[in-house]
Design a protein around this ligand. Structure first.
Ligand SMILES: NC(=O)c1ccc[n+]([C@@H]2O[C@H](COP(=O)([O-])OP(=O)(O)OC[C@H]3O[C@@H](n4cnc5c(N)ncnc54)[C@H](OP(=O)(O)O)[C@@H]3O)[C@@H](O)[C@H]2O)c1
Length: 355
């Protein structure tokens, strides 16, 4: 049987994405072959394509951090899982494919009846948001938080989970995202036309208890200025290193996984050393998953439960067929996307276990 997958042929722009057709992979010992129903498209995919994400694989590789799919075939030694079961996984790369083989331990069962595009949004964006809120910042009801990129994939997840946690929320976004941020319970701050540090001190005099900063670089330092004494910045991304979906520096074409994160270490140390009791703490979903895999599983199961109870509702910006992965990444790179872009099988994500 043949299948289609996307490969990144070189580090660079969207033209690096190619559609290839080849023989379907066979599951090895302990592996399960999954037919992908939905794969998330996220800025970490774009950063890896550009060669700057810490998790950038060697080219050629298949991108795709997160997926929801149907168990299709079992390798030797696999038990307690049946073909037809819907599962979720975060392989970090490989999800932009019709079929993928993964170790059984990577799979988390997904309750039936959920929309695959909504369910896949939980894997990267909502776990990131949930763990930053509850495991890094350890927020308490009534606390004030500032969320940067609040209308984006992780940002909208932070708003929905922050509202459930009883937080008072402020969110930076461009003007296009303002109404989405308000509807999700945040006070929008237009980062292109307003000074968010001044705005925060005007709206929440002393400053906020926590800032979630996925922009990175010197932006982390400004975020720290929006804190009240004793507050913390959770630093988790490098959105600021991109401009229009390409490297802001203009330098391209090589794998450079560590220069972006060196600056994090500087700010973390500065947060501890400078007066004001304002800390900078880093967050990385993949690091926490490697160190504490049980927490990843536990948090994903809790989030799937919230989705099933309709307490959260991921915003799906657009669904693309797999073969249009390039257009999907181009759209994400252009900006102004509200919520999550998802690649879906046959243009629809409403499939269940049916082949
Ligand atoms: N550490 C982790 O474990 C982890 C996990 C997941 C994601 N991430 C990181 O999280 C970040 C967001 O990823 P995503 O997939 O959610 O991306 P996304 O959907 O594209 O969202 C990014 C948002 O940031 C906004 N933005 C861009 N520049 C901004 C600025 N200077 N100030 C405020 N907002 C700004 C964009 O708004 P406009 O387009 O309207 O300007 C967009 O809404 C990325 O850096 C990603 O690498 C980290």
């Amino acid at each position: 049987m043949r299948h289609t997958r996307i490969i990144v042929t070189h580090y660079g722009g969207p033209d690096a994405l190619r559609v290839v057709e080849e023989e379907c992979p066979e599951p090895k010992n302990g592996e399960v072959r999954v037919r992908v129903l939905a794969a998330g498209v996220s800025l970490p995919d774009v950063m890896a394509r550009e060669g700057i994400h810490p998790e950038t694989p060697l080219v050629p590789y298949t991108p795709g951090w997160d997926l929801v799919g149907v168990v299709d075939r079992l390798g030797d030694g696999v038990s307690e899982i049946e073909p037809g079961q819907i599962v979720a996984a975060m392989p970090i790369s490989g999800a932009y494919a019709e079929f993928v083989c993964l170790p059984q331990r990577e799979l988390v069962p997904v309750p039936s009846g959920l929309d695959a595009a909504e369910a896949v949004s939980l894997v990267l964006n909502y776990i990131t948001a949930y763990q930053m809120l509850h495991r890094s910042a350890k927020v308490k009801p009534g606390e004030r938080v500032l969320i940067h990129g609040a209308s984006g994939g992780v940002g909208t997840a932070l708003l929905q989970l922050g509202r459930l946690a009883g937080l008072e929320m402020y969110g930076t976004c461009s003007s296009r995202g303002a109404s989405a941020v308000s509807e999700l319970g945040g006070v929008p701050i237009d980062y292109r036309n307003q000074d968010y540090v001044k705005e925060i001190h005007r709206l929440a005099s002393e400053g906020v208890d926590a800032v979630f900063d996925g922009i990175g670089g010197t932006h982390i330092w400004r975020s720290r200025k929006a804190l009240r004494p004793g507050g913390r910045v959770v630093a988790y991304g490098l959105t600021g290193s991109l401009r229009g979906g390409r490297l802001a520096s203009g330098r391209s074409g090589r794998r450079d996984r560590f220069s972006g994160i060196a600056i994090f270490a500087l700010y973390i140390a500065g947060g501890w050393l400078l007066p004001g009791r304002k800390r900078v703490v880093p967050y990385s979903i993949q690091t926490l998953k490697r160190l504490r895999p049980a927490l990843f599983r536990q948090d994903l199961i809790a989030l799937l439960d919230l989705l099933q109870q309709k307490k959260i509702k991921p915003l799906i910006a657009q669904r693309f067929p797999l073969a249009e992965a390039r257009q999907a990444q181009e759209l994400l790179g252009k900006g102004g996307v509200i919520g999550k872009i998802v690649l879906v099988r046959n243009g629809s994500s409403l499939e269940s276990g049916a082949a």
